[in-house]
Write a protein that binds this ligand. Structure first.
Ligand SMILES: [Zn+2]
Length: 150
C-alpha cells in the first residue's frame, strides 16, 4: 500500500493562516518535486502542488493532490518493476468486451479490485501480473475462462 512521506493527513489548505504543527513556522505554497513511498520505495514525482514550512521543511498536501500523487507514483513504480500499467489492464479487459465485474468474477478477484487497478490507486500483486500477461499472450485462455464460468 502506498503512503506519503509526510506526517499529517491534510484536507484543504486555504492559505498561510495555518501554522506548522512541528515548529510553528509559516507555510509557503509551491510546486515541485516530492517523494511518495510505494511498497517502501521512495518514488520522485515532479510538478506537484504543495505547501512547505519555511522554517523546518515540513510538507502539506491537499487530499486531491495526494490521490494524484499516489496514482502517478504507482504508475512510475510499476513501469520501473515491469508490472503492467493501469491502461494495459483496462485494454486487456476491453479487448474481450467484458465489464470490470465480469472480469473480477472470472479471475476470482474481490469486488472493485479491477476498478482500483485500472484507476491506479492500488497495485495488483506480482502473481496477478503474471496471470494478466498470460491472458494477454494467450487470449484463448480468456475465452476459455469466460465459457467455463458463465
Ligand atoms: Zn515547520
Amino acid at each position: 500500500m502506498a503512503k506519503p512521506l509526510f506526517k499529517q493527513p491534510i484536507n484543504m489548505l486555504t492559505g498561510n493562516e495555518i501554522k506548522c504543527a512541528e515548529c510553528g513556522g509559516n507555510y509557503i505554497k509551491t510546486t515541485g518535486k516530492v517523494l511518495f513511498e510505494v511498497r517502501e520505495v521512495p518514488i520522485e514525482i515532479d510538478n506537484i502542488e504543495h505547501h512547505v514550512c519555511a522554517k523546518c521543511g515540513e510538507m502539506l498536501f491537499r487530499g486531491d493532490v495526494v490521490s494524484k500523487l499516489q496514482r502517478l507514483a504507482n504508475e512510475k513504480y510499476k513501469k520501473r518493476h515491469g508490472i503492467m500499467s493501469s491502461s494495459r489492464i483496462r485494454a486487456l479487459r476491453q479487448k474481450h468486451g467484458i465489464t470490470q465485474e465480469t472480469f473480477e468474477t472470472i479471475i476470482g478477484a474481490g469486488a472493485k479490485s479491477v476498478a482500483r487497478w485500472e484507476k491506479g490507486t492500488v497495485i495488483h500483486s506480482e502473481v496477478t501480473d503474471t496471470f494478466f500477461k498470460v491472458l494477454e499472450r494467450f487470449p484463448e485462455a480468456m475465452y476459455w475462462l469466460l465459457g467455463d464460468q458463465k
